[in-house]
Design a protein around this ligand. Structure first.
Ligand code: NAD
Length: 376
């Protein structure tokens, strides 16, 4: 088969595969056709792709000749028109959130896989692009906070006096949150952490964070390591606890999410107003509404001296390693759908293939996406 690697259309510096992955695909007898300049922003030149065995062609040729089309972001409207029924589309298009796009794919009868729907199971770990990208985001979020903060992160004892370490509050200890804790600790900050899943307490503590418990959280062991919606009573109690800690924090890193839902609002406008001027909130959940009431997606604002950053694509700011991790995850996934002699082999008996498939032959295959669309 021919795998077509597209250049990203939106504001995106990453590329779905770096040249280093092309050789592994050639070994599986897959031809890789790369759109001109696809890797330029991730510092991979057309010559690098050619040297690795790929064919560099125009965008038009990639669309016309590929059996499988691959990019990171959702397709733009213009591109959806170009995808043929016999082609397979692979990207990360957030189907639990962008249900309109799922309906479009359904109507057009296109076979699609969304890499952000790979189940969070042990076998799928090596394909989990969400974990890879959240690792980049958690790291970058803390670095950005450190740069914006008018005070130090570590404690310093100098001849000019003692500088106290920064207090960092992390909301949500999933992949991004845990990376945030590790990075903030490495920079010498004191870290306090909120999460609704008690299972993460030990991990938080092993990274040197202090886990703040709010009693009465709803947990669901069947939710595959994800959080579930909380009761109104719990939400009020948690907002109060966050409010008490926010007043002492220099930095808040927001990472709380429930997949497919609007991000839980944990920081109200009033809470921001209790924070010290110069404090920084980095809201990683900005694209789904934000954990802070005042967050604006893809904007940095200031409210009464507090900076609130709503950057929704940190991985694009670290395109080389982010593309490297993304590409390795993609390769591991592709191995599941590449059969003998490099032919496409879609085995829907495999839970990872079925769970990642969003639409096929006019049907929704991913059960969670199906239930979200049916209940809308
Ligand atoms: P994750 O699901 O692994 O972690 C989210 C954590 O939030 C979970 O541990 C969950 O239990 C916790 N949580 C849910 N509700 C909560 C609540 N009310 N209070 C406290 N904790 C709560 O997700 P992740 O992969 O770590 O991603 C975190 C967020 O970062 C997501 O919103 C994701 O979209 C975003 N993200 C942003 C960027 C960026 O560049 N801005 C990049 C990658 C991911």
């Amino acid at each position: 088969m021919i795998l077509g690697l597209l250049k990203e259309q939106s504001n995106e510096n990453r590329v779905a595969l770096l040249p280093e992955i092309v050789q592994s695909l050639s070994d599986l007898k897959v031809e890789v056709w790369v759109e001109q300049d696809a890797g330029a922003n991730a510092l991979a030149t057309d010559a690098d792709y050619e040297n690795a065995g790929a064919k560099v062609v125009s965008r038009k040729e990639v669309f016309e000749k590929s059996d499988v089309l691959l990019q990171i972001q959702s397709p733009v409207a213009e591109d959806i028109k170009k995808i043929a029924k016999n082609q397979v589309w692979i990207s990360a298009f957030n189907p639990l959130w962008d249900t309109e796009l799922v309906k479009t794919f359904l109507e057009k009868g296109i076979t699609t896989f969304s890499l952000d729907s790979i189940p969070r199971t042990t076998r799928a770990q090596a394909m989990d692009i969400l974990s890879s990208m959240a690792t980049v985001a958690g790291y970058k979020a803390v670095l950005e906070a450190a740069i914006k903060l008018p005070t130090f992160f570590p404690m310093f004892m100098t001849a000019a006096g003692t500088i106290r370490p920064a207090n960092v509050l992390i909301l949500g200890a999933g992949v991004a949150g845990l990376q945030g804790i590790a990075t903030a600790r490495k920079l010498g900050a004191q870290v306090q952490v909120f999460d609704v899943r008690s299972a993460v307490k030990e991990e938080v503590m092993s990274l040197g964070g202090k886990f703040v418990e709010v009693e009465g959280a709803t947990e669901d062991k069947e939710a595959g390591g994800y959080a579930v919606e909380q009761t109104e009573e719990y939400k009020k109690k948690q907002q109060q606890a966050v409010n008490d800690h926010a007043a002492k924090a220099n930095v808040i890193i927001c990472t709380a999410q429930i997949p497919g839902k609007k991000a839980p609002v944990l920081i109200s406008k009033e809470t921001v107003e209790t924070m010290k001027p110069g404090s920084v909130i980095i809201d990683l959940a900005a694209s789904t509404g934000g954990n802070c009431e005042l967050t604006e997606n893809d904007k940095t604002i200031e409210h009464k001296g507090v900076t609130i950053v709503g950057e929704s694509n940190y991985p694009s700011q670290m395109p080389v390693d982010a593309s490297r991790m993304f590409g390795k995850n993609v390769l591991n996934f592709l191995k599941l759908i590449i059969g003998e002699e490099g032919a496409l082999n879609l085995n829907f008996e495999d839970d990872i293939v079925k769970g990642t498939c969003i639409t096929n032959k006019g049907e929704i295959y991913n059960e969670r996406v199906k239930s979200v669309i049916e209940n809308k």
